[in-house]
Write a protein that binds this ligand. Structure first.
Ligand SMILES: Cc1cc2nc3c(=O)[nH]c(=O)nc-3n(C[C@H](O)[C@H](O)[C@H](O)COP(=O)(O)OP(=O)(O)OC[C@H]3O[C@@H](n4cnc5c(N)ncnc54)[C@H](O)[C@@H]3O)c2cc1C
Length: 558
C-alpha cells in the first residue's frame, strides 16, 4: 500500500513488560505488516499511553492495539481502557497466558475486547496473522485515514477560539475544528494534557500543543514567516491587502529587494470578501481568499518576503534610509517604503457589544462563522457593499438575515447589482432607519436593543449572531508627526500635498512630490489608506503597481 502525501501510515501498537516477548511480538508484526503499518512497541502501559498521546496530537491513526494482560502497575485491561479514551476505534487484542483466560473473557465486556490471544502464539501464520488480518481489514473498511493538519479545539462562544480560527482561515492554513465539549475534542485535550480552562488548544501538524496561543506564536508554528531575513531592503511594503500585495508583486518582479509586513493576515479587507464580482478578469467573481492566495504565491515566486503578525508602529527618517519600527521593538531599514495599510472596520460603541465580540458579535469574520450560523437568525449592521455581500453569503446557510441600516435607503451606499441580488433572496430582509443601541447576553449574545432613527421607538429582539460592517477608519496614528494626513487620518500624497502650489512643509527637494509620494520623500502610499482613494480592489492593486514605478524613479535620483 502506498502512503499518499499527508496521510500517515496507520500504527499497530504493542505493549508487553517482558522485553523479550515485546520484541518478539513487534518482530512478528513487522514481518507481516511493517510495509503498510508503523509498528510501535512499548514495555509498560504508561509508556504505551505516552506514545498514543503523542500520536493523537500528531493526528496519526492507530488500527490495532495488542496488550499483554499481566503487567506490573497497570494491567492490560486497565491499559486498554485508558487507550480507548484516546483511540476508541482502534481494535483491541489481549495477550494472555492460559491461566488468565477468565480475565480475558471478563475484558470482553469491560473494554469491548475484539480478541484475546493465548501465549505463545507460534506459529504466527496460524495463530496471530489470521486474527490481525481480520481486525485490520475491518478497521480499514471503515475508510478512516489520518490527515496531518492543524487542529483547533475550542468553544463556539470563546472569543479567542473565534479569533484563532479567523487568523488561520485568513492565512489560508488548513485546520480542523473540534468542539471542546465533544468526545473528539475531549480526547485531543486529554492527549495534550490541557484542562480546557484556557481555550483554544491548537495542535500543529507536528503534534505540538499550544494553549491559547498569541498570533505570533501561532504564525511561526504553522510555518508563516515572521522575521525578516535582511536588515536592509530596497522596498518595505507595509500592509498585505490588495495594494500591498500588488506592490510586492511588482517590486520583487522588477528586481527590488522587497519585504512586505502584515499585521494579521495577507488579503486585507478583500481577503474577507466572500465574492468580489467587479474585479477585472473574473467574470464569475472571485472569493477574496482565492485572490489572496494567488497574489501571495505570485509575490513569493518573484522573491518577495512576506512577514505576518508584525505590527508596524513607527516610521523614522535616518538620512537616506527609512526605518520601520515593529511593536516588539525590532526595526528594518530600506531606501523606500510603500504605506498600504488600508482601513479597518470601526467598532460600534453601543453598550454590551465589546463584551460580546467574538461571542456572537463579529466584525467581518463571515466566512469563518458561516457554517455555525446554519439555520439561525442573523443580523447584519451596515449599508455598504461589504454588508450586502455578507448578507448574500450568509443567507445560503441562515434561516433569516436581517440587514440593519441607519439611513433611509440602501441606494446611496450599496452597488445596484447587490441591491438587486438582495431583493431576489427570500430570507433577507432590510430594516432601514434602524440602529443597534445595546447588546446583552451571559456568555454569548442573546439580545439586541434596536432604535428607529426616524421615530425614536426602541425594541428588544432575540439575537445570537450579529455581524458588523460599519464604515472604515485608517489606523495611521503611528504616522503622526512624520507623514502628513488629513483630518480623518488618511495619508495625503502627490498633488494633494501642495497648498496653492506650495511644496509640503519641510519638503527639501527641488522637485514636487511624485503622484503617490507622501510628505516624506521615498515614502509612498497606495490603496484605501490614501486620502481621496477609490476604495476598490482594482484601484488598490493599480496604485500598488504605480507606487513601485515611482519607487524606481525615486531610486534613480537617490
Ligand atoms: C467584506 C468586503 C467586501 C468588499 N468587496 C469589494 C468588492 O466586491 N469590490 C471592490 O472593488 N472592493 C471591495 N471591497 C473593498 C476592497 O476590499 C478594498 O478597497 C481593498 O481591500 C483595499 O485594499 P488595501 O490594500 O488598500 O487595504 P486593505 O485591504 O485594508 O489592507 C490593508 C492591510 O494592511 C494591514 N495593516 C494595517 N496597518 C498595519 C500596520 N501598522 N502594520 C502592519 N500591517 C498593517 C492590515 O492588517 C490589512 O491587511 C470590499 C471590502 C470588504 C471589507
Amino acid at each position: 500500500m502506498t502512503t499518499p502525501e499527508g496521510v500517515a501510515r496507520t500504527a499497530i501498537v504493542t505493549v508487553d513488560d517482558d522485553a523479550g516477548v515485546s520484541r518478539a511480538v513487534a518482530r512478528d508484526l513487522r514481518r507481516r505488516y511493517g510495509e503498510q503499518h508503523r509498528i510501535v512497541r512499548a514495555e509498560s502501559g504508561d509508556a504505551a499511553l505516552d506514545a498514543l498521546r503523542e500520536m493523537k496530537l500528531r493526528g496519526d491513526e492507530v488500527a490495532v492495539i495488542v496488550a499483554d494482560y499481566r503487567m506490573p502497575g497497570m494491567n492490560g485491561i486497565e491499559f486498554l481502557e485508558r487507550a480507548m479514551d484516546l483511540y476508541p476505534a482502534a481494535r483491541r487484542v489481549l495477550l494472555t497466558a492460559y491461566a488468565d483466560t477468565g480475565a480475558a473473557i471478563d475484558a470482553i465486556n469491560v473494554v469491548d475486547l475484539d480478541h484475546y490471544l493465548l501465549k505463545p502464539w507460534d506459529p504466527p501464520e496460524e495463530k496471530l496473522y489470521p486474527v490481525l488480518d481480520e481486525l485490520l481489514s475491518r478497521w480499514h473498511e471503515e475508510d478512516r485515514h489520518a490527515v496531518h493538519v492543524t487542529k483547533v479545539v475550542g468553544h463556539r462562544w470563546s472569543a479567542r477560539s473565534s479569533e484563532v480560527r479567523e487568523f488561520l482561515a485568513r492565512n489560508q492554513i488548513a485546520y480542523r475544528w473540534f468542539e471542546s465539549e465533544a468526545p473528539d475534542g475531549q480526547r485531543l485535550m486529554q492527549a495534550a494534557g490541557a484542562d480546557g480552562l484556557r481555550l483554544p488548544v491548537v495542535i500543529t501538524p507536528d503534534g505540538d500543543a499550544l494553549v491559547e496561543p498569541a498570533d505570533a506564536e501561532l504564525a511561526s508554528c504553522v510555518g508563516l514567516a515572521t522575521t525578516p531575513s535582511k536588515d536592509f531592503y530596497d522596498l518595505i511594503v507595509i500592509g498585505g491587502g490588495p495594494a500591498g500585495l500588488g506592490a510586492a508583486v511588482y517590486g520583487a518582479s522588477e528586481g527590488l529587494r522587497t519585504v512586505l509586513v502584515e499585521r494579521t493576515a495577507t488579503g486585507g479587507q478583500a481577503g474577507q470578501s466572500s465574492r468580489i464580482e467587479n474585479y477585472l478578469g473574473f467574470p464569475d467573481g472571485v472569493s477574496g481568499a482565492q485572490l489572496t492566495e494567488r497574489a501571495r504565491r505570485q509575490a513569493t515566486r518573484f522573491g518577495a518576503e512576506l512577514l505576518t503578525t508584525r505590527d508596524v508602529v513607527g516610521l523614522d527618517v535616518n538620512g537616506s534610509a527609512r526605518t520601520v519600527r515593529f511593536a516588539d521593538g525590532g526595526t528594518i531599514d530600506a531606501h523606500t517604503v510603500i504605506l498600504a495599510t488600508g482601513v479597518s472596520y470601526r467598532q460600534l460603541g453601543a453598550p454590551g457589544l465589546d463584551d460580546m465580540t467574538g461571542r456572537g458579535v463579529y466584525y467581518g469574520s463571515t466566512l469563518t462563522e458561516a457554517a455555525a450560523c446554519t439555520g439561525q437568525d442573523i443580523y447584519i449592521v451596515g449599508g455598504a457593499n461589504s454588508a450586502g455581500q455578507a448578507a448574500v453569503y450568509l443567507a445560503k446557510h441562515a434561516k433569516s438575515v436581517t440587514i440593519l441600516v441607519r439611513g433611509a435607503t440602501l441606494e446611496r451606499s450599496m452597488s445596484y447589482y447587490l441591491i438587486q441580488q438582495i431583493r431576489e433572496i427570500g430570507n433577507i430582509s432590510v430594516r432601514t432607519c434602524t440602529e443597534v443601541i445595546a447588546a446583552d447576553g451571559d456568555d454569548h449574545l442573546e439580545s439586541l436593543a434596536l432604535r428607529d432613527t426616524a421615530t425614536g421607538a426602541t425594541e428588544t429582539v432575540e439575537a445570537q449572531w450579529l455581524f458588523l460592517f460599519i464604515g472604515a477608519a485608517p489606523l495611521t496614528d503611528w504616522l503622526d508627526g512624520v507623514v502628513d494626513r488629513d483630518e480623518r487620518g488618511f495619508v495625503i500624497a502627490g498633488p494633494d500635498l501642495s497648498i496653492e502650489g506650495d511644496r509640503p512643509r519641510g519638503w527639501e527637494l527641488d522637485r514636487a512630490p511624485y503622484h503617490l509620494e507622501t510628505s516624506v520623500p521615498g515614502v509612498f502610499v497606495a490603496g484605501d489608506a490614501r486620502a481621496e482613494s477609490a476604495k476598490r480592489v482594482a484601484s488598490a492593486v493599480g496604485e500598488g503597481a504605480m507606487a513601485v514605478m515611482l519607487v524606481h524613479r525615486y531610486l534613480e535620483k537617490l
